[in-house]
Design a protein around this ligand. Structure first.
Ligand code: UDP
Length: 280
């Protein structure tokens, strides 16, 4: 990252199709997801997507406050996206910016279709997102983290929501834009989907593309989303594997204690019977 901080390379993609961070056009940045990382929330997740580091915490379904936003028929989903002051090259003001308010709304609209809101009337589901480090596509990394945090909170979901930004750099359609590609490229197309049914929940577009390029970008985005979805699912499985292994261990321990008790009881009974026999 420091490489791009002070100089912009003359080409964002070279004649062999290699990008500024050495990726091919259809390659995702390194991705890792973990759930259940914050003990005080009902659900949480931590996602690293390239240089993005994003934490999401969910409270809910809980009592609605302020009461006037309550919906008698379904849960209200509220989202707050914030960037830490130290998350970007230039110190970001700690005061909420218009961009953060707008992205909070964008992320909420991407997530809401996945939530069975009618299961939770008169409640509030609060999603808090903190970008600790930003590297292009923070809204996508935030959607990936928030949907995992919702799942971790046990909220009924139709599917996870998975997001990635596709774009055009040096005339080529590329997957998962990094910060430099996002800022200096020709087009940026963040998209989110519920991958099971290929249901699109977010599609934004900034820049210029032909119709053919647009279709290529959508297909490339879906290709990336399938891979990200697998990493998200693995994060959920990893948590429940840990829990089930923990349960199995405690069951073995309980069984061992029970067996000790039975052994002691058998010894006591044997001793009593022995004493009875000697009385006769
Ligand atoms: N960015 C920044 N300062 C800011 C806001 C954004 O340096 O105050 C950077 C950050 O790396 C971000 C990128 O610009 O990822 C692109 O921001 P955009 O608004 O396009 O949203 P994003 O691509 O992160 O979803």
């Amino acid at each position: 990252m420091a490489l791009y901080k002070y100089s912009i390379p003359s080409k964002l993609i070279d004649e062999n199709g290699i990008r500024v961070d050495k990726r091919k056009y259809n390659e995702l940045r390194p991705l890792s997801c973990k759930i259940g990382v914050l003990p005080k929330c009902d659900g949480s997740a931590y996602v690293e997507m390239g240089g993005n580091k994003v934490l999401a915490g969910v409270f809910g379904p809980r009592k609605v406050a302020p009461r006037h936003i309550m919906n008698p028929n379904e849960a209200v989903v509220r989202t707050m996206y914030r960037m830490a002051t130290f998350s970007v090259d230039e110190r970001k003001s700690p005061a909420p910016s218009r961009r953060e308010v707008e992205l909070s709304m964008v992320i909420r609209t991407a997530l809401e279709p996945a939530v069975f809101v009618s299961y939770y009337p008169k409640t509030l589901i609060d999603i808090f997102i903190q970008v600790l480090a930003a590297d292009g596509g923070t809204r996508c990394a935030s959607i990936n983290a928030a949907s995992l945090a919702l799942a971790d909170a046990g909220i009924a979901l139709k599917d996870l929501v998975t997001a990635v930004a596709v774009g055009k750099v040096g005339g080529k359609i590329v997957l998962d834009l990094c910060d430099l590609e996002d800022k200096e490229g020709d087009a940026d197309l963040p998209m989110a989907m519920m991958p099971q049914n290929n249901e699109v929940t977010l599609l934004q577009f900034d820049g210029n593309m032909s119709k053919a390029e647009f279709m290529e970008a959508i297909n490339l985005g879906m290709f990336g989303i399938k891979q990200i979805y697998k990493v998200q699912q693995d994060a959920i499985r990893a948590k429940f594997k840990d829990i089930s292994e923990g349960v199995a261990e405690s069951e073995i321990e309980e069984e061992r204690e029970l067996e000790n008790e039975r052994e002691k009881e058998r010894a006591r009974v044997g001793k009593r019977e022995g004493e009875g026999e000697s009385d006769d």
